[in-house]
Ligand binder design. Sequence first.
Ligand SMILES: [Fe+2]
Length: 266
Amino acid sequence: MEELLKKMHSWMTAYMNRFVTDDEVVMQGIRIKMIHTGYVTTISRELAQHLQLSLHDVQLAEIMGLFHDVGRFRQYSIYKTFNDAQSEDHADLGLKVLAEEMPYLQELSSEDAELVRFAIQNHNKKEIAPTEDKRQLVFARLLRDADKLDIYRVLSPYLTPDGVDRAPKFIKADASQQISPDFVRDFAAGRQADYHKLRTHGDRKLIRLMWVYDVNYSWTLRKMVERGYIDLIIKYLPEQDGLEKGLQRLRNYIEQKCAAKDRVTL
Ligand SMILES: [Fe+2]
């Protein structure tokens, strides 16, 4: 497995390098995804170790992190956007890329290969597809957490009011800091807001904050808190009626979740 991992890493590095170009605007996006890939790979390993998975399973987690966004590169080169709604689902696209171009997944047992595919396919969906398979669920949850933790790192520099202007095109939304009233209502009620109704930069921040409710393992949430990502989002939320109720609910939730112990049985 150690050898196989090495081959997979080399393949991924070479694959990503194929998208390097002189176009600095395109490179902004490509570079972000290259670095994100590195971090998510490391975080997936760390989380798997924290969950006391076997060495084999830690290595599977590493493979999932490594390939989770492989579809981003083809997506960006074809559509010049990272917006799935305006192009195609980048996780589904990633599975296509792996099937067509990555020769090493078939060196895993068919069960392990399926596990990797399931986690990748479900890393960006609104919810994990229903499954009876406990391992599929554990790994899908792990990858979603690793991805979210690193996306908070990626977005942090763009949260300040002037950050909107500095943000690469694909992070930009309507520059308004105000949050739409229906989003504030959903937040106060602890409901997941409807992504498709996202209108402003403020809405986007609130949606990122509500990701907290979708974090699976307390380890991940503790990292998000320790690294200051949550406070940073809250700090730059606009002053708006009704927000405080949602924030209080969120703070209570975070306190409880962080105090919980992660336990998985496989
Ligand atoms: Fe992704």
